[in-house]
Structures are given as structure tokens and as C-alpha cells.
Design a binder for this molecule. Structure first.
Ligand code: FAD
Ligand code: MLT
Ligand code: ZN
Length: 467
């Protein structure tokens, strides 16, 4: 472990008080390994600021001593961006977790960056409103982390990602200055969009301390439908026809039989037969008088032999059970080992082609692996998880990652749909971003963080501030 610069810890304790600075290695340990168990970090201390003023004081001290700062929310990120690096401090937002009140007139709420997604859902629902981003890590993922990664999740198809839900942000820059833009105005064209810039910045431009979120009305009941089909292209056709029939689709998720079997082994349950088709499209749609008829009409548009089975969840409990088969993919895969975990998006027209070739492609790069593909079909976003590659993060991993990411780009896709770049994908950012774009990004980084103390190595790699 790298030592703290002389006087740094004393200055930090002075700034945050003893409760705000953790150096006990047992308490620090969970902050220094990521959710996947792939990235093992290091840090001088974990900081626990209690409010924005604390973050300002902490940033001033770090700036003065040249100590790197890795902001951390729920530590559920999947690209290695949230664990400390040697000589850094981890700045945990766990105490910045204030909620509301809900502004019912504006349908908005201001929350601390450390508020969990779950807590925001519950608070919004109490006011008869809904925060429309949802993802399986809802119990731990924080609003600050979700803004910093521009998280997507299960309802992007209908409501857009985090970026679309933000009415404003308060954040502390590398030198301790505060930018606060929390009014939540619907229209506000006053120069550069700093709020938009911080969304997706993964802790490299500022520490987000509070967020103004937009809420939407609660819909009333949703209906969950699982449709087992022979081919991925049939799932896409069905989704298109369901939407064309005027059904409001909240989520449209894809799972494959292989993934369902893995979940079954992990949770010790037998899946419904509709989920044992080669592909299952799971739909959550807004219920209404004509919805069953419209869905039936859409199902009839499938070619003979394409539809294998379908199942409607009649109760809320059975809907939850169906969704668990999708949501528990991530933990079930992790229970079998540390996967090469990629999150990519493709033009809808190339999705089926990509999926059809993925097993053979991976097999050529590393024979004998177990490839799991699932994800947010309606967004063209597939999660590709490869189990069975030796030596976590080593040369074999890089070859598998490189092969898949290059194929994605060849088909016109993105190497990161929703998880971000982090440390994991920094070496491949150039596949999606031109030299001019990378140079503009470096210029922004230099302007806001000239000494590169904010999450070094993330997004732009270690040369972030080089000209
Ligand atoms: P962390 O993991 O703590 O941090 C993530 C990044 O944000 C890091 O770079 C960190 O430095 C930065 N950061 C954190 N807080 C701040 C802050 N206050 N200011 C500045 N930077 C900050 N993602 C999706 O998009 N869609 C999904 O469907 C989805 N499902 C998931 C399911 C599971 C089971 C898991 C484990 C993860 C899933 N994720 C998903 C990954 C996802 O990125 C996160 O869950 C979430 O966005 C990260 O929030 P966090 O608070 O855990 O952030
Ligand atoms: C999901 O949609 O479940 C996630 O983004 C997590 C993953 O990719 O494993
Ligand atoms: Zn996802």
C-alpha cells in the first residue's frame, strides 16, 4: 500500500472529523474490491463526508496534497471504475443520502448522491409518482453512481436512461469549487450543458453531491408476458408488432435458454416451459381493457413454428417471479466464476446477426467457454458474459474482449451501451471515438481537473491529461 503524503491524513481528519476518515483495513476492504471481484483496489483511506461542505473541504485537501479521489456510491459498477487506486482515497457517498421532499407540483425530487435507487422508488411512490429508471442492483446502486454512469436498465425503451431524468445537479470540482444547478427548470438554455456533461463522466470530472430528478405519474397495473421463440429475429418482430398495435411497452428484455438454465441451477427452481425456448422475450406492458386482444393479434403475426410458448403473469407475485428469471442472470453468472463481462449495443438490424455468430467468435478466441447473452432487446443492448476464460484480466481475457468489441464496432455498434467505460474498456475507447473527439474529451478533462486527481485511468486511460 502506498503511504499517505506527510500531513495528509491529519489535514483530512481536521476537515471531516474522525468519523469521516476511515483507515481501518477491515472496514476499508469492501470498498476496495468491485462487485465482479475482478478489480482489487488500494487506497490510503475511505472518506465519508456528511454533506456537500464536507466534500468541498475534502477536495481542497486532496487538491493541495495531489491525492487522487475515487468517488464511490454503491460499488455496483461493472467496468472497474469505483475502486481505489494506489495512493488514492475512496470518497464514499453513503452519508449523502438525503431524500426529498417530493415537489408534487413539478413532479421532481432533489436527493443526495448517496440515496439508493430503492429509496427513491419508495419515496416517489408515496407521492403517487414513479422514478422510471430501474435495475436489478436497486438496493445498493446510488443516484450519484447512476448519474455518473448514465445508467440504463429495464425501462429505457419508454423513458430513456438517467440522462433523460435529470433536472439538475450539484457537484464539487477537483479544486473544491461547487457547481450547483438544481432548479429543475423545464427550459433553461443558458450556455454549456454542464449537467449533461457530468452525466456519464464516471467520477472523472467532479464529485456529484445532489441530483434533481424528474418523476412520472404512476401508470396503474402492468401486465407481464413471456414469449418463447425459436429465433432472436422473431422476438424483434414481435416487439415491433406489439408496439405497432398501440401497446405501451415498459420493458422488453431478452433471455436465452442457456441463461435460464444457469439461473435455475443457482436458485434451485424449475423454470416455466415458456422460458425454456431458445429465446424468451419478456415484456412489461401497461395494462388496459384491450391489451390482451392487441397482444394476441401481435402474437398471430409470428410465422408458423416461430412461437414456442407464451405465458401471462396473472398476479403481481407471478410477474415478480417471471422477472426474477431475467434479473437474477448477473448474480447467477457471478456465482459460477468471474466472467468476461461486456455490455454492447448494436443497430437493431444487426442484433440477430451478432448474436448468431457470438458463440463461434468466442470459441475461436478461446475454445471451450460458456457464453451468456441477455439484455435489453428493445434498446439494441446485449450483455455478453463469457465464463471459463483463464486468469482474470490476463492476456486470454484481453483477446476475448478485443475480439467481441471489434466485432461490435464492425457491425456499427457501441462498446458500452450503459455500464460506461471505467478502467475496463479504456483501451478500446478509440474504436468508437475519433481522434478529434478524444482530443476534445482530454481538453475538457484538463480544464476541469488539471492535475488529474479525479478517478485517474477511468474513461481516457492513464494519459488523460497529456496534450
Ligand atoms: P459505483 O459502482 O459506486 O460507481 C460507478 C462509477 O460512478 C464509478 O466510476 C464511480 O467513481 C462513479 N461515481 C459513483 N458515485 C459518484 C458520485 N457521487 N460522483 C461522481 N462519480 C461517482 N447498469 C445499467 O446501466 N443497467 C442495468 O440494468 C444494470 N444492472 C445491474 C445489475 C446488477 C446486479 C449490478 C451489480 C449492476 C448493474 N448495473 C446496471 C451497473 C450499474 O452501473 C450500477 O448498478 C449503477 O449505475 C452504479 O451505481 P453505484 O452507486 O453502485 O456506483
Ligand atoms: C443487467 O441488465 O442485468 C445488467 O446491466 C447487469 C449485467 O450486465 O450483468
Ligand atoms: Zn443491463
Amino acid at each position: 500500500m502506498r503511504q499517505a503524503p506527510n500531513g495528509f491524513l491529519a489535514a483530512m481528519v481536521d476537515a471531516l472529523g474522525p468519523d469521516g476518515v476511515v483507515t481501518d483495513s477491515d472496514v476499508m476492504a469492501p470498498h476496495l474490491v468491485d462487485w465482479m471481484r475482478r478489480y482489487h483496489g488500494d487506497a490510503i483511506a475511505v472518506l465519508r463526508p456528511a454533506d456537500t461542505e464536507d466534500v468541498v473541504r475534502a477536495m481542497r485537501v486532496c487538491h493541495r496534497f495531489g491525492v487522487a479521489v475515487v468517488a464511490q456510491g454503491g460499488n455496483t459498477g461493472l467496468v472497474g471504475g469505483s475502486v481505489g487506486t494506489p495512493g488514492s482515497v475512496v470518497l464514499s457517498t453513503s452519508r449523502l443520502n438525503h431524500l426529498g421532499p417530493v415537489d408534487e407540483e413539478a413532479s421532481q425530487i432533489t436527493v443526495g448522491a448517496g440515496a439508493t435507487l430503492d429509496a427513491v422508488h419508495v419515496t416517489a411512490a408515496h407521492a403517487g409518482l414513479r422514478f422510471p429508471v430501474d435495475l436489478a442492483a436497486r438496493g445498493s446502486a446510488t443516484i450519484g453512481g447512476m448519474v455518473a454512469t448514465n445508467a440504463g436498465g429495464l425501462s429505457v425503451l419508454r423513458f430513456g436512461p438517467m440522462r433523460a431524468q435529470i433536472g439538475g445537479i450539484e457537484a464539487v470540482l477537483a479544486d473544491g469549487s461547487v457547481i450547483s444547478h438544481l432548479q429543475g427548470l423545464i427550459k433553461d438554455n443558458t450556455g454549456y450543458d454542464l449537467v449533461g456533461l457530468l452525466c456519464g463522466s464516471e467520477g472523472t470530472l467532479a464529485v456529484i453531491t445532489a441530483v434533481r430528478l424528474r418523476l412520472v405519474p404512476l401508470d396503474g397495473p402492468h401486465l407481464t408476458l413471456a414469449v418463447g421463440v425459436e429465433r432472436l429475429s422473431a422476438a424483434l418482430t414481435l416487439l415491433r408488432n406489439v408496439r405497432a398495435a398501440g401497446v405501451v411497452v415498459d420493458s422488453a428484455e431478452l433471455i436465452r435458454r442457456r441463461g435460464v438454465e444457469l439461473v435455475a441451477a443457482h436458485v434451485g427452481k424449475t423454470p416455466p416451459t415458456a422460458l425454456l425456448a431458445p429465446f424468451t422475450l419478456l415484456l412489461a406492458v401497461v395494462a388496459g381493457e384491450t391489451v390482451h386482444d392487441r397482444l394476441a393479434t401481435a402474437l398471430e403475426t409470428l410465422k408458423p413454428g416461430e412461437l414456442i410458448d407464451s405465458l401471462v403473469a396473472e398476479t403481481e407475485a407471478s410477474a415478480r417471479e417471471l422477472w426474477a428469471w431475467r434479473e437474477r442472470h448477473t448474480e447467477s453468472i457471478s456465482a459460477h466464476g468471474i466472467p468476461v463481462k461486456l455490455d454492447v449495443s448494436l443497430p437493431i438490424s444487426r442484433l440477430a446477426e451478432f448474436e448468431a455468430g457470438i458463440d463461434a467468435l468466442v470459441d475461436r478466441a478461446h475454445p471451450g467457454c460458456d457464453v451468456h447473452v441477455f439484455g435489453h432487446l428493445g434498446d439494441g443492448n446485449l450483455h455478453v458474459n463469457v465464463l471459463g476464460v483463464d486468469g482474470s484480466g490476463g492476456a486470454d481475457w484481453t483477446r476475448v474482449e478485443d475480439t467481441i468489441l471489434r466485432r461490435v464496432v464492425e457491425l456499427g455498434g457501441s462498446i458500452s451501451a450503459e455500464h460506461g467505460i471505467g478502467r475496463m474498456k479504456a483501451p478500446w475507447l478509440h474504436l468508437n471515438r475519433s481522434p478529434a473527439e478524444l482530443s476534445a474529451m482530454r481538453a475538457i478533462k484538463r480544464a476541469l481537473d488539471p492535475t488529474a486527481i479525479l478517478n485517474p485511468g477511468v474513461i481516457l486511460g492513464v494519459e488523460a491529461v497529456e496534450p
